[in-house]
Unconditional design. Structure first.
Length: 318
């Protein structure tokens, strides 16, 4: 049996989406069906059908990916909530990038409908930023964060354009983001200095980099106009890798997150240090579970991404 007082729920960000996500859930669990139906009503189009049937290129558009992942995470949460009711109270929640919005909803700090509208706007604005200032991202394997920061600074000094550490995902897996020409200079530098691999990602949005600054004011306005409450469950922020305890802290975090590093390794390490020994990932794939294995192999983990996995989890807890 899971000890909820030592358990954290974690929610993934972009890259976890896939065509078919949620389709089996809505056939099995009425709570999931209701969540997707409400999302369709709020957004005014059939997001559910895009998740269930694609096409992939439309689902993979940032404008759609962000609400799709958010709705999938909350649909899974609603199923668990119906099964466990008052007993469902993890010690912590956290989300990777877009997943932070899902975590805030799970913590009671953000309503489902307000969160859905906000992530849809975030996706729209990030697309706009990529049109204004196109960029690129790449995964670098096998180097430490300080070495990556030095490489980014060196490449930026040559071009005068920004390149930064965007995601500190786990030991040995880092993501850089920024100007494409600068990134193209940085990748061979990384290989020369001992990286095992340096792989460009198939994205046009330079997430968590200064290239998002062009839409920062517009997104900050959207955040400021969204109602928030103090979280009922501890939420660990991406930017601070510390608990977000007040509405002001949440708003500052979400605004800063656009251009700041996702400190996922430190986020998980903080939860471990505070007694968490079990992580439950709620999302379409198992991306965060894979990162967890690299951060702390001894931690127990569950990946809830399908009707089958949820049914098995509920049976194990009965």
């Amino acid at each position: 049996m899971v000890d909820w007082s030592k358990t954290a729920f974690v929610f993934p960000g972009q890259g976890s989406q896939e065509v078919g996500m949620g389709a089996d859930l809505v056939k099995t669990f009425p709570e999931a069906e209701a969540t997707f139906a409400l999302a369709d009503k709020v957004l005014g189009f059939a997001l559910s059908q895009l998740c269930f049937s694609g096409p992939a290129e439309v689902l993979n558009d940032t404008l759609n990916t962000q609400p799709a992942l958010y709705v999938m995470g909350i649909a899974l949460l609603q199923v668990l909530d119906a099964a466990f009711q008052d007993k469902l109270r993890p010690a912590f929640v956290a989300g990777h990038s877009l997943g932070e919005f899902t975590a805030l909803t799970a913590a009671g700090a953000l309503s489902f409908t307000d969160g859905l509208r906000l992530v849809r706007e975030r996706g729209r604005l990030m697309n706009l930023a990529s049109q204004r200032t196109p960029g690129a991202m790449a995964a670098v394997l096998g180097l430490e964060a300080d070495a990556i920061r030095a490489i980014c600074a060196e490449a930026s000094a040559q071009t005068g354009q920004p390149l930064v550490l965007a995601n500190d995902n786990c030991p040995g897996q880092l993501v850089i983001s920024g100007d494409k020409a600068t990134l193209d200079l940085a990748l061979p530098l990384a290989m020369e200095r001992g990286a095992k691999r340096a792989v460009p990602l198939v994205v046009s949005v330079a997430s968590h980099s200064p290239l998002m600054q062009s839409i920062a004011a517009e997104f900050r306005q959207a955040v400021e106009s969204t109602p928030f409450a103090a979280p009922a469950i501890a939420v660990i922020g991406n930017v601070s890798a510390a608990p977000l305890q007040t509405v002001n802290e949440i708003r500052a975090e979400l605004s800063a997150q656009l251009t700041s590093t996702v400190r996922w390794t430190e986020t998980v390490q903080l939860m471990l240090a505070r007694g968490v020994d079990t992580f439950v990932e709620l999302g379409p794939k198992d991306v965060l579970t894979g990162l967890l294995r690299r951060i702390e192999r001894s931690a127990q983990h569950f990946t809830l991404n399908s009707s089958e996995s949820v049914t098995a989890f509920l049976a194990s807890e009965a």
